[in-house]
Design a protein. Structure first.
Length: 310
């Protein structure tokens, strides 16, 4: 084994006269302290010189994991030796996380993100493991890694937040739908799902509705591929018509306009309905443009005051 100074321990002789090469420590990384592994009684493993711990044979990895876990339990947390042994255990057992991720191949989450989440579960398993339990580390760690992955899917992958009860009901309904679809050779109805699961129909409907919140479609997703097909959904959604607010104003103005003198109503009609200028209105009514302007201003002011008082 390499010492902290880089020296190699001499090869040892295994039972039967077979020469066993010294075990190599994990290569130093930026996030690991540059110290040698603590002195431990290594199991008899047959590795070529310079082997990477992450590429060890499964049997050798299990043996060395047992030894390092027992050694870790004797070290003080926070020391450089503790961190080195702990990180080495993580590197050696990442294959366990990759194996657990295979159970979630149907999900669209990036594998790199799932590897990070699973590694968190692996670290928790290493910290909680008791070598005196008498069980294999993989048996203890797998439920912790899977639990961390399921927690990730439950808390971070839903497009719309729904209660945990409905999240779990969605999984139950999916399994029931698959089974009934196979037995009935068609999609089951909510009533059939409720009878199969011994649940109220209302709860099944609620669960099916909540399942739609797991994923969300993009507003930029196009429709049919042909040229005459609809475009992106965002282009087909309605928007608020600003002109609708004018309807209320017109309804409120109707009695106010009806209460005006006939000449003022006529001026308003010629100005805003016939789009005539003040000079044209004056020529038709025999009034000066200045007089028309004063009448129009007074009428509009009267209408505004009437709207404000309402």
């Amino acid at each position: 084994m390499p010492t902290p100074t880089g020296e190699m321990l001499a090869p040892t002789t295994a039972p039967g006269g077979r020469t066993r090469e010294p075990l190599q420590a994990a290569p130093a990384r930026a996030d690991l302290p540059e110290v040698g592994l603590p002195e431990v009684d290594l199991p008899e493993v047959d590795l070529p010189q310079g082997a990477d711990l992450r590429e060890m044979a499964p049997a050798d990895a299990r043996e060395l994991t047992r030894v390092l876990l027992r050694r870790l339990s004797t070290l003080e947390e926070g020391t450089r030796e503790y961190s080195y042994v702990r990180n080495t255990l993580v590197e050696m057992n990442l294959s366990l996380v990759r194996f657990a991720i295979r159970r979630f191949n149907s999900h669209r989450e990036p594998k790199e993100d799932l590897l990070q989440v699973g590694a968190v579960g692996l670290v928790k398993a290493i910290d909680r493991f008791d070598p005196d339990l008498g069980v294999e580390f993989t048996t203890f760690a797998m439920p912790t890694v899977l639990g961390e992955l399921r927690r990730h899917f439950r808390d971070t992958t839903w497009a719309v937040h729904v209660p945990r009860r409905l999240q779990e009901l969605r999984i139950v309904l999916a399994r029931a739908q698959e089974k009934l679809a196979h037995d009935l050779d068609r999609a089951p109805t909510p009533a059939e799902l409720a009878e199969h699961l011994s649940l109220p129909v209302e709860e099944v409907v609620e669960g099916l509705t909540a399942a739609n919140g797991h994923t969300a479609g993009s507003l930029d997703l196009g429709g049919a591929e042909d040229e005459d097909g609809p475009g992106p959904l965002a282009d087909r959604l309605g928007e608020e018509d600003q002109r609708l607010s004018r309807v209320e104003d017109l309804v409120a103005l109707k009695p106010l306009v009806a209460a005006l003198p006939e000449r003022e109503r006529l001026i308003l009609s010629m100005r805003f309905c016939e789009d005539m200028t003040q000079s044209q209105i004056g020529a038709r009514l025999g009034l000066s443009q200045m007089h028309v302007s004063r009448l129009l201003s007074r009428t509009l002011r009267k209408l505004r005051e009437g709207l404000d008082s309402d």
